[in-house]
Design a protein around this ligand. Sequence first.
Ligand code: ATP
Ligand code: MG
Length: 504
Amino acid sequence: MKLKTELPSPGWRGVGGEEVSELSETGMKQATEINGDDSSAPPLTPGSSPRRERGDRAESAPDALDGLGDAMARATQDLPLVRIGGRVSAVTPAFYRVGGLSPFLKLGERVVLPANGDARPQIGEVVRIDAGGATVKPFEGAIDARLGAEVHRMEAVSLHPHAGWRGRVLDALGKPIDDGGALPLGERRVFPFAEPPPAMHRARVGAHIRTGVRMVDLFTPLCAGQRIGIFAGSGVGKSTMLSMLAGAEGFDTVVIALVGERGREVREFLEETLGEARSKAVMVVSTGDESPMMRRLAPNTAMAIAEYFRDRGEKVLMIVDSVTRYAHAARDVALAAGEPAVSRGFPPSVFSDLPRLLERAGPGCEGAGTITGLFSVLVDGDDHNDPVADNIRGTLDGHIVLDRTIADRGRFPAMDPLGSISRLARKVWSAEEQGVVRRFLALVARFEETRDLRLMGGYQPGHDADLDQAVTIVPRLYDALRQDPSSPRSRDPFREIAGMLQNG
Ligand SMILES: Nc1ncnc2c1ncn2[C@@H]1O[C@H](COP(=O)(O)OP(=O)(O)OP(=O)(O)O)[C@@H](O)[C@H]1O
Ligand SMILES: [Mg+2]
């Protein structure tokens, strides 16, 4: 039997007495489709569905009642019985102001402009509160407010993640945007803008994880719970590198936030690049044409989902492509909230928003799982010292630098081993491996610093044994390190490189 259930809409009245009947937001009106055989079962709400996570046993009557009670409690959490309203007092292309609500609002809460004629209800977030009113930026669509229109208060965005979200694609608000139908909802309610676990209660970074990408495993090895950035100018291979890393074995769930990507790239990433990893990946997508509110929310929503899987004890891989576009969205919101721009056009709150997001990746509290974070960072005009890149680099436990000159020579991944570091590499390498890596890096450095000299014909073999060795080995090493998304994954990079150098 296919059963469609909906929670009754209580039909509250706004300040002006009109009824807000249709709100599509999760939690305002929840509907789900459940496939089951028992037509006599009580009406099921999302959390009490047979797919809910409290064990697999068949539901006895008290269980079903408990489930119904839980679901009602959850639903009413989202549905206040008294609605507080204010009125629009100013409208600009970037935000609108609401009077009369300020004493009742907190930053980060939402308000809704009720449906008006053909226009759907428009939900926005409170980004500034002062004595004169509150500043609101809508999540979706152009500003649709009229002066004097009523605005009602809602709670902050929240989600009910569920293991069945793997393989699904969501928007920043947690609504499905693929063809997979309604999302199963879990028991726990989480908020996108959560705090990182307290530093002293966090477990230590976990064991080494092989990614299968030879250059990364060799020069910047990753540990479970590590946070690493991929820094590069545009079009140098950040997204390709991330998609190769998304396929790493050893992670239970991969959560991917695509922020500010081109719409075309999202489908490409999903259908071609992600490959087998897709079935264990939850994707949260906010494309470049969506509002800054959605782009700012998307990585936080994804992080809340990653935290849910981490708290189930899983090894989670969290990917954000790109953090820079998240920073741009946070800048737009902060400027609309009236903050001054202090550092190359960025208001100060951006530099606290960034570490707050990145710090949430890492190991959980003792006994929980880990979130390994991979964050792509677009460096403006290949300037690796711009303030956003600098701030992010300082927060992370390592960085992989992709270099345009290497990409221009057609060598991919275009990773610069000399500029890339993993702060946890020493935990991973054996003494012997560390010696090999040091030797490789010394040879690469020698080879690169003499590149111009050699091109001008100033190199004669036989005068400098180190340089002779670099000239023989480094081009073969570079060849051995080439890898594209369709190449086989690397199993043991040290052995493979040794084999290729001997055979070459
Ligand atoms: N490992 C690789 N093997 C082969 N080609 C690659 C590889 N990585 C990147 N490329 C090439 O570089 C191009 C750009 O890569 P990608 O889209 O990953 O860059 P990006 O840094 O994410 O770009 P943007 O800044 O526009 O998001 C790809 O279309 C592909 O041609
Ligand atoms: Mg990209």
